[in-house]
Design a protein around this ligand. Structure first.
Ligand code: GGG
Length: 347
């Protein structure tokens, strides 16, 4: 089993190192690693955020453990050379269209939530975010209007095949959980969302056991704060999912806690914390590695078929929190390595 390790930029190397220590401690037979550069680190070393060498490693791997990309040194680069193109490129090149972002409150962290603890305590949801289409991949550009004003544009588009496959992913996830799927769109304004809603309704006939509802994205943002316990699985597009999952992270306590898996249906997956590279704290030892460690647990479960080991890692994270492990984002003072030590001690 080959794992591609792509730490990326900023705090990426620090958090991936802790996840790797946890994987090593599991002493899994036949697990091998291949290191690759992505993002600003790859641009600086090789002139491209997603070099061919990295892509070749990704294609041959069973799973990718990814840190984060984003580097202020690269802010002035043309868009196709910016660090973020590494994650967009990997998702597109490997057909990784289904980004699963679970959000659940660890009881010890309920008081860290932006919500009242009793409201936070009700959160146990999964956002299924489409990651191969939408405004991220549509035609983009700059032009000048007839009046001489500079104008930027990003075309938002989805075709029915793209919506159908993510809808199936959403229904299947809901079926495996509490049987409720909320499809989030903006069908009162956007053509893409009208198509999205029509196709989700068509797909629903294959899942009579799943209760489907629809919500406009602005309402969904409000409901996530007002009554998050109503959600089981949310299926939504790339842009809406990106925004709603960051919002969900504040509801569960910290963006440093949210893991993710991005799957393509073949068993191969990319696993990463939902947070970015946090350049402001890079190298300071303040980063919380738990989202990356929990992403590694998702990798064990979804790509490597090692559910027992995944359960062990998740239980160790929960135990470390019960034992008082807290990084700065969780109101404590433990370093990245001390947080990793706490998980290892609980493993
Ligand atoms: N680990 C997440 C990360 O690196 N995020 C930076 C980023 O470019 N995100 C864009 C996206 O997730 O679509």
């Amino acid at each position: 089993m080959l794992i591609a390790l792509f730490p990326g930029d900023g705090i990426g190397p620090e958090i991936v190192a802790e996840a790797k220590r946890v994987l090593d401690a599991l002493a899994i037979d036949g697990l091998t690693y291949a290191d690759g550069l992505v993002g600003g680190a790859a641009y600086k070393a090789m002139g491209h955020p997603l070099p061919r060498e990295t892509l070749d490693i990704a294609r041959s791997a069973d799973a990718i453990l990814f840190g984060a990309v984003g580097d202020p040194d690269c802010d002035a680069l043309e868009r196709h050379l910016r660090p973020e193109q590494a994650i967009l490129g990997l998702r597109k090149e490997l057909g990784l269209f289904s980004n699963l972002r679970p959000a659940k409150v660890f009881p010890e962290l309920a008081h860290e939530s932006a919500l009242k603890p009793e409201v936070a305590g009700s959160i146990d949801l999964l956002i299924v975010r489409e990651t191969n289409g939408d405004v991220y991949f549509g035609e983009k550009g700059f032009r000048t209007t007839a009046e001489g004003h500079r104008e930027g544009y990003d075309i938002m588009s989805y075709n029915e095949a793209e919506v159908r496959r993510i809808a199936h992913a959403g229904f299947q996830a809901a079926r495996a959980r509490r049987g409720k799927l909320c499809s989030v769109d903006k069908a009162n304004v956007l053509e893409t969302s009208q198509l999205w809603r029509d196709v989700v309704i068509e797909v629903a006939s294959d899942y009579p056991d799943v209760a489907l509802s629809h919500m406009y994205v602005d309402n969904a943002a409000m409901q996530l704060v007002r009554n998050p316990g109503q959600f089981d699985v949310i299926v939504t597009g790339n842009l809406f999912g990106d925004i709603l999952s960051d919002q969900a992270s504040m509801c569960v306590g910290s963006i440093g806690m949210l893991a993710s898996a991005t799957l393509n249906g073949s068993g191969q997956g990319l696993y990463e914390p939902i947070h970015g590279s946090a350049p402001d704290i890079a190298g300071s030892g303040k980063a919380n590695p738990l989202a990356t460690i929990l992403s590694a647990a998702m990798m064990l479960r979804y790509s490597l078929g090692l559910s027992e080991q995944a359960d062990r890692v998740e239980a160790a994270v929960a135990q470390a929190l019960r034992n008082g492990a807290r990084s700065a984002d969780l109101g404590g003072a433990m370093t990245t390595v001390e947080m990793g030590d706490a998980v290892l001690a609980a493993l």
